[in-house]
Design a protein around this ligand. Structure first.
Ligand SMILES: [Zn+2]
Length: 225
């Protein structure tokens, strides 16, 4: 193996110092570019913005060390992208349908303590992901949740029932959520697929909402805040 070729190839001191300069210019360009998008940070990126960031990676990276790409070309490309980005966000602000097209709509995942079946069947997020998101917001069981909204950036917004209105619901922490084998008469059970709560005559009874037939004991603890 030719180590000199892998590490150095035909790099000259002159080109190495050119890389230094190219990197410094592009670094300033990237920061300028990100400032011009008007974003405050990268925590809440929609799919459409991630696409732009990915494109930026290549636009900004290649001129740093590619001898035959003059920096002016990168500057032109970045300027065009910035103008298009600003036009797109302007159009999104002006026309709701355009925003929905690019960013998607927030989706109601939980309504009145149960999962919205049509939405979870579309598979935008797995059960585990929903439940993990809700656990991170301090939700112990679905009966505490009045509304759960999946935002377009993948975050979860939760509205809770007031303490008096908390209903029995599907436990979201794994230890409390084991599939029952035998049912007790007075116990309420929650469908582990959709959160439907009811009493059962047998453990393999199909759920009337989703036809799934695995149940866990429902819990009705209030939220501790
Ligand atoms: Zn169900």
């Amino acid at each position: 193996m030719d180590w000199a070729s892998i590490f150095i190839h035909d790099t000259t001191w002159a080109f190495a110092s050119e890389i230094l300069l190219r990197c410094m210019v592009m670094y300033i360009m990237i920061i300028l570019f990100l400032r011009l998008t008007g974003k405050r940070g990268v925590r809440q990126l929609s799919i459409f913005e991630v696409a732009i960031i990915l494109a930026l990676g290549s636009i900004a990276g290649d001129p740093m060390f590619t001898e035959d790409i003059p920096l002016i070309q990168a500057v032109i490309v970045m300027s065009v992208i910035i103008i298009m980005y600003r036009m797109t966000t302007w159009l999104m602000m002006k026309y709701q349908w355009f925003e929905d097209l690019l960013e998607g709509k927030p989706i109601y995942i939980v309504e009145a303590g149960v999962l919205v079946i049509e939405e979870i069947k579309k598979g935008k997020m797995s059960h585990d992901e929903f439940f993990a998101e809700m656990r991170q917001q301090g939700v112990e069981h679905l009966g505490q949740v009045r509304t759960g909204l999946l935002e377009t950036d993948g975050k979860f917004s939760v509205l809770f029932f007031s303490d008096d209105d908390v209903k029995p619901g599907l436990p979201l922490f794994p230890k409390n959520c084991s599939i029952v084998k035998q049912v007790k008469a007075e116990q309420l059970y929650a469908c582990i697929y959709c959160g439907q709560v009811q009493s059962l005559s047998k453990a393999t009874q199909p759920c009337p909402r989703c036809t799934f037939s695995q149940w866990a004991e429902a819990i009705d603890g209030q939220r501790i805040t």
